[in-house]
Design a protein around this ligand. Structure first.
Ligand SMILES: *Cc1c(COP(=O)(O)O)cnc(C)c1O
Length: 339
């Protein structure tokens, strides 16, 4: 095991020993190759760097108390990457190849899987790029699928602490019939100005409204939104939201705890009626929301009167983490052992 200060580790990139790569050429995927280089060589006319033919995924592996490495719902990520590829006309990565490459990337970097009890995990980043050279706008004929891993600390150094968010009605992240529902880099490029605005004003993240009517809640940059009221877990439905696997998992946990679940358009006015609100995604699992401010109107909504996360958010968070680390039984069949 590495001599790393796991507990004070940030959510950032740290070099590991190996990454894995697989090339799609002449209509077929090749063999998985192992590399110790942190760099890739790209043709200057590769479609990924000109026309945004790029999709990625993010998931985590955890060391259990039993010394076994667990990966959370990776088949969901493989399926989503397929949909992303389909959405921007890239070669699709078969689930079997995704799984094999992922297992290899984890096992080759086993010494970087943070020990049980540190709160840290091994972040897995699959990437799919158009590498074929084109100058006209069209899909590439060659692709690179690769996976690198990097150990990450808990998303919040301060612990599970509520954050403030800024609604940015003046900036959209994705259009309803665009690419918001798939995990492509272009969506992130489009969200950077809103994120910077939010950060500059002292907020943890930007919160986007639906791009068409500006009446409904969409999502929070790289995370979905949810609210809790009347023993119900409510999360926005919208064609421009990226379907979060964390969100889907929280819905199932909420149901198993006897809560109701509603996936439907959520009008902006409804936000103030929530007893608790949070953002959810792989990186932080849940970011409880303390305050939301509308950058246009200045309206402020407060959820955590005492600066503490709400009780249901805490319960959902703890249950999901317990399943991921193997502390709670895998009742939903979400966990795969590696190695
Ligand atoms: C990846 C992502 C999420 C979170 O999805 P998870 O599967 O829970 O990690 C939410 N929104 C956007 C825009 C994303 O790209």
């Amino acid at each position: 095991m590495e001599n790393i200060d796991w507990k004070s580790m940030s959510f950032g990139y740290k070099k590991t020993d190996y990454n894995v790569r697989c090339y799609y050429r002449n209509g077929a995927w090749g063999e998985i190759e192992v590399s110790s280089s942190e760099h890739i060589q790209l043709h200057i006319a590769a479609t990924a760097i000109h026309y945004g033919q790029e999709a990625f995924e993010g998931l985590k592996a955890f060391m259990g108390q039993d010394g076994k490495i667990r990966v959370f719902r990776w088949k969901e990520n493989a399926a989503r990457m397929k949909r992303s590829a389909e959405g921007i006309l890239m070669a699709e990565v078969p689930e079997e190849l995704f799984g094999r490459a992922m297992e290899k990337a984890i096992l080759l970097n086993k010494r970087f899987v943070p020990p049980y009890g540190t709160g840290a995990s091994l972040y897995i980043r699959p990437l799919l790029l158009g590498t074929g050279a084109e100058v006209g706008v069209k899909p590439a004929d060659e692709y690179l699928f690769m996976i690198f891993v990097t150990p990450v600390g808990p998303y919040f150094k301060e612990g599970f602490a509520p954050v403030d968010m800024l609604i940015t009605p003046g900036i959209d992240r994705a259009a309803p019939l665009g690419t918001g529902h798939i995990k492509v880099g272009g969506n992130y490029a489009g969200s950077l100005t809103a994120l910077k605005l939010a950060h500059d004003k002292g907020y943890a993240s930007a919160l986007f409204l639906d791009a068409k009517e500006k009446k409904y809640l969409d999502e929070a940059g790289p995370a979905n939104l949810f609210g809790i009221k009347n023993n119900t877990f409510i999360t926005p439905a919208s064609p421009s939201i990226l379907p979060s696997i964390t969100n889907k998992s929280l819905q199932e946990i909420a149901m198993s705890m006897g809560m109701k679940v509603e996936v439907r358009p959520v009008p902006l006015e409804e936000l103030s009626t929530f007893e608790e609100a949070g953002a959810c995604g792989t990186a932080a699992v849940i970011s409880p929301i303390n305050r939301v401010v509308n950058d246009d109107t200045g309206e402020l909504i407060e959820f955590c009167k005492d600066g503490k996360p709400g009780p249901i958010s805490v319960k959902l968070y703890e249950k999901l983490i317990a399943i991921q680390t193997g502390d709670a039984p895998d009742d939903f069949g979400w966990v795969n052992m590696i190695g």
